[in-house]
Design a protein around this ligand. Structure first.
Ligand code: MG
Length: 279
């Protein structure tokens, strides 16, 4: 089977109103992921960092080139279960960390398609033939109401409790990720983003930004500008990946770990880590 390659970029921004960036993301030749630490709970940054650190560890175990016999669905299910155990451990060590949680939308590249693992309300989208289609289903209360016919998508987007999650990776509860295959072909462009993007930037503006440049880096920068231009009420995180024929080469292949998971050792996470070790 002909294998394709990914060209990827990722970016994150704290936005205009939050003090801390609780989003994290990873982008590499085999894995793309966004995690959004849960608002309204303390230490969402610790939770999203735990999720993306586990994704980066899986990426390090996968061959950067292609996959003979990888079982990506099993790998992702194991990573998700491991993240929940890690959050449980942290919650036992420090009562302040109990009930912290994170979304996770992760896509593992198999050479001709992705395996997706998704919990929460970060989103994956596919731009194909000029149309931008959401490929994940939000685990939100309002999505449940849409599914039940009680709200339209437009009403859901404006709902005051639109961000209330019905599923997340959280200490003290089992994770139930959606895990499924997503096909891909050369010319496809995938976007993963946190709700700081799609919650404030209209779908058509996201579509035109995603379609608007050949360079994934420029798309990431444009989406962050649009979200900040819309007031930047939340943290803003995007991963963009293009599917290219292997003959095109993928250019930059150095994995990126950004946001709370990428903060340097002097940051608040390191201080928290020291506090945990003393405890
Ligand atoms: Mg958010």
């Amino acid at each position: 089977m002909a294998h394709h390659v990914l060209r990827f970029a990722a970016g994150t921004d704290v936005g205009q109103r939050r003090k801390v960036n609780e989003d994290s993301a990873y982008a590499g030749p085999r894995l793309l992921a966004v995690a959004d630490g849960m608002g309204g709970h303390p230490h969402g940054d610790v939770a999203s960092r735990a999720a993306i650190t586990a994704i980066a560890e899986l990426a390090a175990r996968l061959s950067p080139d292609l996959p003979a016999g990888d079982d990506l669905a099993a790998d992702l299910a194991a990573v998700v279960a491991g993240i929940t155990r890690r959050l449980d451990d942290l919650g036992r060590q420090d009562a302040e960390l109990r009930r912290m949680g994170t979304t996770l939308t992760a896509m593992a590249w198999g050479g001709a398609g992705f395996t997706v693992a998704h919990v929460g309300d970060s989103r994956g989208y596919l731009l194909r033939d000029g149309a931008l289609v959401q490929i994940t289903r939000d685990h939100t209360m309002v999505q449940s109401l849409v599914d039940g016919g009680q709200l339209t998508m437009e009403e859901a987007a404006r709902h005051p409790r639109s961000s209330v999650l019905v599923r997340a990776l959280q200490s003290g509860s089992d994770a139930h990720p959606d895990i499924y295959r997503q096909d891909a072909r050369p010319g496809d462009r995938f976007l993963l983003c946190s709700d700081g993007v799609f919650g404030y930037v209209p779908h058509e503006a996201i579509r035109s930004a995603v379609a608007g440049s050949a360079e994934p880096e420029r798309v990431v920068a444009r989406l962050i500008d649009l979200a900040n231009g819309a007031g930047g009420p939340d943290n803003i995180t995007c991963v963009v990946a293009d599917v290219l024929p292997a003959s095109a080469g993928a250019g930059e292949r150095v994995p990126l770990t950004i946001g709370a998971a990428g903060r340097d050792a002097a940051g608040p996470l390191a201080r928290l880590g020291r506090r945990l070790r003393r405890a």
